[in-house]
Write a protein that binds this ligand. Structure first.
Ligand code: SF4
Length: 347
């Protein structure tokens, strides 16, 4: 009736990651745009009828976009109150069908308003394999962790790093530090499991596609080619760290060692938000070397710095690595992983 050929749903930020993990891309759900900094260029295409925001880091700066672009902004969570956004359809599970209809109707109404306006839609499309979980990794490995453990023991795989990150422009251009550290790690035969807005960076950057195995070191590259997987496994959102810790615990159990003894680490190369801070604190308590950048405002506290970078090793086994140069960060993570391998007698 409005003249459009149909409706498309495109994911954004972590809600987009959740959909991407659970819904097959078809003619209606067509994938994901990227992380929170990608919202502004997305709106600037002029092709978005409704931008529905839940509590996943919707930036207050969108206020400036409301009068400028032909998009209807809707908050679907009482926690999202952005100035200039006056449409609120607070999610309630029992009313979700009618709420979805309201949002679709807003989109149809908006399409009438913007029809004929100029569009600036980029043509680049990047494919990615997503939705890795403990279950899917086990199934890829034939039902047991043994092939992964053997690859670690033989040195084909030096270790595993969980990349759990936001994105920021506090330590470099949008997504560049995240992509740099991931490329450096896979080049050194270290498998990366990615979560959070950094996960979207790696999907958009092509590292979650099987062809990225050409960028990996010879050991990881050959493992990826044998299994048909990318060297960066897209593991979900910034709230999926619990699932990752279960996988790490299973590896520790299978090797009959404690988590701090494993050749693993965590990196948050562009952390920004409180959820990421909690993830880092969790990783430290879990007993894992945790790289964080940009440098958080803690360096003035001498006793806190000593606790996080030295004493914690004797308490939980974890320690904090502050490094804003991503090549040096990958060097430090690799050294840590090699030291753990030596201690386990598998070097
Ligand atoms: S906490 Fe970080 S990773 Fe999670 S949605 Fe916000 S910006 Fe993205």
């Amino acid at each position: 009736m409005a003249g459009a050929k149909g409706i498309r749903v495109i994911g954004s930020i972590e809600t987009g990651q959740e959909i991407l993990q659970r819904v097959d891309a078809d003619g209606v759900f067509v994938g994901m745009t990227g992380n929170w900094i990608s919202i502004e260029p997305l709106i600037a295409t002029g092709a978005v009828d409704v931008f529905a925001m839940d509590m996943n880091c919707s930036p207050p700066s969108l206020e400036e976009y409301v009068p400028k672009y032909p998009t209807t902004f809707v908050s679907v969570s009482p926690l999202v109150n952005i100035r200039g956004v006056d449409k609120h359809i607070d999610y309630s599970p029992e009313n979700v069908r009618s709420q979805a209809e309201q949002i679709v109707n807003l989109a149809i109404e908006n399409y009438r308003r913007r029809k004929g306006a100029g569009l600036k839609i980029p043509t680049r499309v990047q494919s990615a394999i997503v939705g890795f979980s403990i279950e899917s990794i086990l199934s890829l490995l034939g039902g047991s962790l043994n092939p992964l453990l053997e690859a670690i023991k033989s040195g084909q795989l030096k270790g595993v790093v969980g990349l759990v990150s936001c994105t920021s422009i506090g330590n470099g251009p949008h997504d560049v530090p995240t992509i740099t550290v991931a490329k450096e790690l896979i080049r050194r035969d270290i498998l990366v499991l990615s979560m959070g807005c950094g996960n979207a960076a790696l999907q958009v950057g092509g590292l979650c596609a099987p062809e990225a195995s050409d960028l990996a070191g010879p050991g990881l590259g050959s493992l990826c080619k044998a299994l048909g997987i990318p060297p960066v496994l897209s593991f979900g959102t910034c709230t999926d760290t619990g699932r990752l810790s279960i996988l790490v615990s299973e590896v520790a159990k299978a090797l009959k060692v404690d988590v701090p003894d494993l050749p693993v680490a965590v990196t948050a190369p562009q952390y920004m938000e409180q959820k990421a801070t909690i993830d880092a604190i969790f990783a430290l308590a879990f007993g894992v070397l945790t790289h964080v950048s940009p440098t958080p405002p803690i360096t003035g506290g001498a006793r806190l710095m000593k606790l996080l970078t030295e004493d914690l090793k004797e308490i939980t086994g974890g320690s904090l690595l502050l490094e804003n140069d991503m090549v040096k960060a990958a060097d430090a993570i690799e050294s840590h992983i090699l030291a753990k391998r030596r201690a386990l007698g598998i070097d």
